[in-house]
Design a protein around this ligand. Structure first.
Ligand SMILES: [Zn+2]
Ligand SMILES: [Zn+2]
Length: 288
């Protein structure tokens, strides 16, 4: 057992309170990570506000970066001393995991959103009573976390922690949408709606694979400036007349209404087809 500090949500919507807690040593296939940085994703705040009362007190946090301190029996993917990025948990054996789609793991809910491990236990305790954890397999709002080795990805030792942390959710969500789903050919046009962490990650991925033009849309001027700095041909505030035409075009409406179940069930963010629809409807326009 190890003494740690954690930002605890005592009840749904309650402020985060830094508390001393106890953390178990890693079980087989688990690793102990000393946290160096954690991103704050809107999902942390939204879930904190709507989290079931029976699963509180709870530790959130799902964009963790740190260093492996100890490993449980059977761990082969990482070793003590490795710097790691933490990401969501997946079972590794279901049909989706076997098909290399761990984001759609059949056990995703119990492994990420049950307030603990899939077996109902939690590695954290507070004054001798269970402290719910395992948020997206992590609960990285703490000085240490015990996570399954599948959720720990080794990263270069010289990569700054503040850069590593957001890769666990926002970075891979945005870049993955472009690289794994849209798979645009070089020269494709792409419009990114929202230039926050997810949107800018999508933008950088699109620029990296040769999309042109890449256009960002965001109401915040500083974000638009950053989008251009990161390679967008231009960045626009929403509400411009041509943009309204784009979003309401027949092509966009047709593709949006034909979304397949697999896309409709995505947990958050615009669906790839939605993004593709908008990019298609813009493709006839020259952006200068
Ligand atoms: Zn997130
Ligand atoms: Zn699975």
């Amino acid at each position: 057992m190890r003494r740690v500090r954690a930002a605890v949500a005592e009840a749904p919507g309650a402020p985060f309170t830094v508390r001393d807690a106890d953390l178990e040593e890693p079980r087989p296939y688990e690793v102990l990570v000393r946290m160096e940085a954690a991103g704050l994703c809107h999902t942390d705040l939204a879930m904190r506000d709507t989290w079931p009362r029976e699963l509180t007190p709870m530790v959130f946090g799902h964009e963790g970066a740190g260093r492996v301190e100890a490993v449980g029996a059977g761990v082969t993917r990482v070793a003590p001393g490795d710097r790691v990025c933490l990401t969501f948990a997946s079972c590794g054996v279901c049909e989706q995991c076997a098909a290399d789609h761990p984001a759609y793991c059949g056990a995703a809910r119990s492994l990420n959103l049950s307030g603990g491990r899939g077996d109902g236990t939690t590695p954290l305790s507070l004054d001798g009573t269970p402290l719910h954890a395992g948020f997206f397999g992590q609960s990285s709002f703490a000085t240490y976390a015990v996570v399954h080795e599948r959720g720990a990805v080794k990263v270069p030792s010289d990569l700054p922690s503040a850069v590593v942390a957001p890769l666990g959710c926002g970075g891979q969500t945005g870049a993955g949408t472009v690289l794994n789903r849209l798979r645009p050919a070089p020269g494709s046009s792409l419009v990114v709606l929202g230039a926050g962490g997810v949107g800018l990650s999508a933008l950088m991925a699109a620029v990296a694979v040769g999309c042109d033009p890449v256009v960002a849309v965001d109401p915040v001027a500083s974000r638009r400036a950053l989008a251009v700095e990161l390679g967008a041909r231009t960045a626009l505030a929403p509400g411009r007349a041509w943009w309204r035409r784009c979003a309401t075009s027949p092509a966009a409406a047709r593709i949006m209404s034909s979304r397949p179940p697999a896309v409709r069930s995505r947990p958050a963010g615009p669906s790839p087809r939605c993004v593709r629809a908008v990019s298609w409807s813009c493709s006839a326009w020259e952006v200068r």
